[in-house]
Write a protein that binds this ligand. Structure first.
Ligand SMILES: [Zn+2]
Length: 456
């Protein structure tokens, strides 16, 4: 049993003072406000439910900064993707593990307790399967084990280069599986997770997109592994919307909602390009919108239809996707700023006519992120997983604020270093602002990058 004492904590009903909280088997077992610290308690300033990072491609962290040079007339999401393919062609299992460990450390230091790893790099450099089909899944799980992050592993079904079952291109050879091999891979990953990882970790599935699967395969994979979580990339780019419209006679979100059993177990990643009708129907489905505002800005995807979605009661969470920058505060404020820049307006993302944007974004992403990863967390309540983050309210960015303004300060004015402590499923991984395995993980990362850069 671990106990902690917070000067202030955000409970579902509002702020509590002098809260003592006990953790047993990774879950919050007792809560008592207006109490006293006891000897041995970990003492923190302000305690919040920690967020889930619902969408990550960990390996892409290592190419951050390599794609920001403008080439005359040639830059687009699709040229970025070409470089990403060349990069993935070089990665070894050891490098994948070292990069993922660094990424998960950075996420935890930024205040994320868990991650949804949307994992599509499955095979050897020549495209053939490893003897252990789930070799790379095992590496991702090893990185999760080392960092203590709560992992929801999402092996990706990637079978085609485009709508209409176009054969894979050479750069996609390491991603490809047909249905039967994919199901074997998922079974192996599930067995490995059950044997190796803490009980809060789980394995779902991710049909990559409507481009990379077929309607028949989508139906089959949902039959085999549809209990969730189910994540899918959707409507990120106008060209993708056009391709689906031409090949499948409907817009991507429209097609998915009409043809798949989309419900609260689903997470639709990006969902950037939606009509108002699609937006309201998606909100009504109960699925989570997996928003990745920093990556969507970096790749020039476009802004999410946020105001309409929130007014319709839609669930959402955030993810760092390409991991070009891992920053929880930056992710949340970029989401709101994308709306302000488009609408020439302020304080857009609140349901109803007034409210705190910081609280709407933080608490909304806490609930939606947990839902998307199948974690019982996102609220500080007995029986919930102890996914907790402590921040320092005496940081210069926050010290002038009243408790009810702290989430606005966190989202719009603070940097991630206000995080002092973090627990993932009760595992106390960040202390005094640093991950407890920081030195060894950084050392492994630098070694992996040295080898990788030499091979590029
Ligand atoms: Zn993605």
């Amino acid at each position: 049993m671990t106990a902690l004492f917070a000067k202030r904590a955000l409970l579902p009903g509002g702020w509590a003072e002098n809260l003592r909280l006990e953790i047993e088997c990774g879950h919050i077992s007792t809560l008592a406000a207006d109490g006293m610290a006891q000897p041995g308690d970990t003492q923190v300033d302000t305690l919040l439910p920690a967020l889930a990072n619902l969408h990550s491609h960990a390996f892409q962290r290592a190419m951050a900064g390599m794609t920001e040079y403008r080439m005359a007339g040639r830059d687009s999401f699709w040229t970025w993707r070409d470089l990403m393919y060349r990069f993935t062609a070089q990665l070894s299992p050891e490098q994948i593990e070292a990069i993922a460990a660094l990424v998960y450390l950075e996420m935890q230091e930024a205040g994320y307790a868990s991650v949804g790893e949307f994992h599509y790099l499955h095979h050897q450099k020549d495209g053939s399967a490893y003897d252990n089909l789930a070799e790379h899944s095992d590496r991702i799980m090893a990185a999760a084990l080392e960092t203590g992050i709560g992992l929801t592993h999402l092996p990706v079904l990637y079978s085609y280069a485009g709508v209409g079952e176009k054969p894979l291109e050479s750069g996609q050879a390491r991603f490809g599986n047909d249905m039967s091999r994919f199901c074997r891979l998922v079974d192996q990953a599930k067995a490995h997770a059950a044997g190796q990882l803490p009980a809060d970790c789980r394995v779902g599935i991710a049909p990559h997109s409507l481009r990379a699967t077929s309607p028949r395969d989508l139906e089959d994979v949902l039959q085999a592994h549809g209990e969730g979580p189910v994540h899918i990339h959707i409507a990120e780019q106008p060209k993708e919307v056009q391709e689906v419209l031409e090949g499948m006679s409907a817009r991507p979100v429209e097609w998915l909602l009409e043809n798949a059993p989309v419900d609260a177990h689903w997470c639709l990643i990006h969902a950037t390009h939606m009509t108002d009708e699609e937006t309201r129907n998606m909100a009504a489905s109960g699925a989570v919108a997996g928003l990745c505002p920093v990556t969507e800005a970096n790749l020039g995807d476009g802004p999410f239809n946020g105001a309409t979605y929130l007014q319709a009661g839609g669930a959402f969470g955030v993810g760092s996707d390409s991991n070009v920058l891992i920053s929880l505060t930056e992710e949340l404020r970029t989401l709101e700023y994308s709306q302000r820049l488009r609408d020439l307006s302020r304080n857009v993302l609140v349901p109803g006519s007034e409210g705190s944007v910081g609280q709407t974004l933080y608490c909304g992403a806490a609930a939606g992120g947990a839902q998307a990863l199948g974690r019982k967390s996102g609220r500080i309540e007995t029986g919930q997983l102890a996914d907790l983050v402590a921040i320092d309210s005496q940081d210069p960015a926050l010290c002038a604020l009243q408790p009810e303004q702290i989430l606005d300060g966190l989202v719009f004015a603070a940097k991630d270093h206000v995080v002092t402590d973090l627990w993932s499923g009760g595992r106390h991984m960040v202390r005094d602002g640093s991950h407890i395995a920081r030195d060894s993980i950084l050392k492994q990362y630098r070694k992996a990058i040295e080898e990788l850069v030499d091979s590029l």
